[in-house]
Structures are given as C-alpha cells and as structure tokens.
Ligand binder design. Structure first.
Ligand code: SF4
Length: 211
C-alpha cells in the first residue's frame, strides 16, 4: 500500500535505531523507534549512548512512515509504534507529523518521556495530540521498580490519552519482559524492560531506555 504523503516537509528525525517487531515496548506487537538525543541525564540511565544529539542518523518522517508501513505489510498484526529514546519530546516538532501519519494508517502511538505530561501540555507539544499512551517522568534510580508494566521507577505514570486503550486491558497487568536479539555477527541486543540482571550481563549493547 502506498502511504498517503505527509502534508508538509517536517524537520528530520534523529534516529538511533529501530526494531520492526517487538512485544516488550508496549501493548501488542509494535515497531519501536529510539530517538537520538536527551538532555535530562537521569542518573543510571541505561541508554547514555543516546544522550548526544550527534549520534544516529537523520530520517524524514515520510521515510520512517513508509518503513513502518512496510513492516506492517509483512506483519499485519502489528498494532502500533513506540517512540522511545533518548528523549522523543526533544524532537516533538519532527515526530508529530510521523505520529499523525501512523494514526491515520490505523496504528497506535506510545511514547516514553522523561518530562511530565503537565509540562508537555503547558508548552503545547505538537506531538502530544498524536500519542495514545504516554509513560512520563524522569527515571529515579532510588525508586526503581519492575512491578508495574512499562514503568521503570515508581514516580513515573502511564497515561491513557485516547480511547485506543483501556486501563483494564489485561496486557497492562502482565509482567515486564525483555527480548534478547542476536544479530548473527556476535552482538546481542536487549529490547524491553531493563532488568538489572540483564543490564549487568549485556551492558551498553542494550537498547531500552530506562523507564
Ligand atoms: S532515562 Fe530516558 S529521560 Fe532519563 S536520561 Fe535516560 S533517555 Fe533521557
């Protein structure tokens, strides 16, 4: 299917990496996008290699949209996209047209952020209206938890910003998971919840932001 062209030329999106299919970064089967760059510097962040704005590579929103839709064509059960980082809301003007295009194509959008929802609302983030599920708040290592799905520390919250999901969906009560991915060339990558044992075992090759 040829995607509907995005209505304008948004700024490029700085992308650290993508995974076309994961079940560990949100409900159901999802395409995950790790954005490059984060200025929040939470102590014990498990993705400090994603802090710098210079890493990764630039993608147009249109090219990313087409990549996601190609993944869905291969896997029709793909239900959404997760934006994670890095800090997606430090690129919200670039990501907003992508998120809008994803939702027009029938996919849901989940985002992880170290900012608080109220701050994003106050500054009228252009991405926020296109997000169905939001995990907000900085990671606080002293408040680490693995007991709540998709939450890394107890100060963080899961917000249902649209009717796409309901809090009583049993998937939000399931245990957190991590996926190990072997690239065939000697590197193991971890996608999903940053369990300490997994972090210790795989160090900087993990991908998941610490929240
Ligand atoms: S935990 Fe998330 S918000 Fe905090 S420094 Fe790491 S990438 Fe940034």
């Amino acid at each position: 299917m040829t995607p509907t062209p995005l209505p304008q030329t948004p700024p490029p999106i700085r992308v650290a990496s993508t995974v076309a299919l994961t079940e560990a970064e949100g409900p159901g089967e999802r395409f995950a996008i790790w954005t490059q760059g984060c200025t929040l510097a939470c102590p014990d962040c498990c993705n400090p290699h994603l802090w710098g704005a210079q890493g990764g590579e630039d993608w147009t929103a249109q090219a990313l949209l087409e990549r996601v839709l190609a993944a869905r064509a291969r896997r029709p059960s793909l239900e959404g996209v997760t934006l994670i980082g890095g800090e997606p809301f430090e690129q919200d003007a670039a990501l907003a047209p992508l998120a809008a295009g994803l939702r027009r194509a029938g996919l849901t959008v989940m985002a992880f952020t170290g900012y608080w929802l109220e701050d994003l609302q106050a500054r009228r983030s252009p991405l926020l209206p296109h997000v169905d599920l939001l995990v907000d708040g900085p990671y606080e290592r002293e408040r680490y938890t693995s007991a709540r799905r998709f939450i890394g520390s107890t100060n963080q919250r899961l917000h249902f910003l649209s009717d796409a999901y309901r809090p009583d969906d049993p998937r939000f009560a399931e245990p957190n998971t991590a996926e190990l991915r072997y690239d065939g060339e000697g590197e193991v990558q971890v996608v999903g919840f940053p369990f300490p044992s997994v972090r210790d075992a795989f160090g900087p090759k993990r991908k998941r932001a610490h929240r």
